[in-house]
Write a protein that binds this ligand. Structure first.
Ligand SMILES: O=C(O)CCC(=O)C(=O)O
Ligand SMILES: [Fe+2]
Length: 278
């Protein structure tokens, strides 16, 4: 009887390197990919890489994520679109007072096993260098927080991400599984800017979504998305049906050794240390 040695996982098993030659950074094909994606990110606020993770491995990634579902922290919060505390003394419908609902299940980085394939993608220096190049940065680091660095997210029926502007300058997600229905990533491009929170336009939109153009980002499983959500209002619509919407949020920062505060850890993961919740 022969025993098969475990096959080492290489980046080429996980990422479609023919389509996205990210291990060959001196090639003209890599430069063309980066130039095109950078232009998209600048003009549209989003760069989408469909089929970034290979189909076969995305199925495994979704299964590995589902297997962790019992360990997920059930996050539930009501927040304004700006994530600032509610302002009193303004009209109830004012965007500084109006609350959005967010509810999702999250696996913290410390709870993701070393053989998890999404973790392999996140820990790849080639993936890190590619994202740095698309963002046009000189340096980029994986988040140093043991809970927040990489998160796997599951949205069950009724769960959603309410309308919001991100606090971070950019976000990176990898889609793993679509829901039967709902769970769409919707966004309204540039609804505020650096100098103006645009309360009036935001308030009008929350009253009547027809006042703006709402776009839906295609999130076919395997898609890597780089998104600038600080100025573009966005949400994930409520999931319908029994199939969970699954994705990963890959946290990168332009500073080394960035960690969450104890307050943020408690809020997002229900604990402040890496010890499992009892
Ligand atoms: O789950 C998604 O696709 C969007 C995530 C998002 O908007 C966020 O984490 O701020
Ligand atoms: Fe967001």
């Amino acid at each position: 009887m022969t025993t098969l040695a475990p096959t080492p996982v290489t980046l080429g098993n996980l990422v479609d390197l023919e389509r996205y030659p990210i291990t060959d950074r001196t090639s003209p094909a890599y430069q063309a990919l980066v130039d095109h994606s950078r232009a998209l990110l600048e003009q549209e606020g989003v760069a989408i890489f469909p089929g970034f993770a290979r189909d076969e491995t995305v199925v495994t990634m979704a299964e590995q994520t589902l297997a962790l579902h019992p360990r997920m922290f059930h996050f539930r919060e009501e927040h304004t679109v700006y994530f600032k505390p509610q302002v009193e003394g303004v009209d109830e419908a004012h965007p500084l007072r109006r609350l959005m609902k967010t509810e999702k299940d999250t696996v913290a980085y410390a709870d993701i096993p070393a053989d998890n394939l999404v973790r392999n993608i996140y820990e790849s220096d080639d993936v890190l260098a590619f994202i740095k190049d698309v963002l046009g940065l000189d340096t980029l680091y994986r988040h140093a927080d043991p809970l927040a660095a990489l998160n796997l997210q599951g949205f069950t029926a009724g769960q959603q991400l309410g309308w919001h502007f991100d606090r971070a300058g950019f976000s990176v997600t990898l889609s793993l599984q679509a829901a039967n229905a709902g769970g769409d990533f919707e966004y309204v491009r540039m609804l505020r800017n650096e100098n103006d929170d645009c309360h009036e336009a935001v308030g009008q939109f929350l009253d009547d979504s027809k006042t703006q153009q709402v776009e839906v980002l295609p999130q076919v499983p395997g898609t890597l998305t780089l998104f600038r959500g600080r100025y573009s209002l966005h949400r994930v619509t409520p999931v319908e049906g029994d199939r969970l919407r699954l994705n990963a949020v890959l946290a990168y920062v332009d500073q080394p050794n960035v960690e969450f505060s104890a307050y943020a850890r408690q809020l997002f993961y229900g604990r402040t240390s890496t010890d499992p919740v009892a």
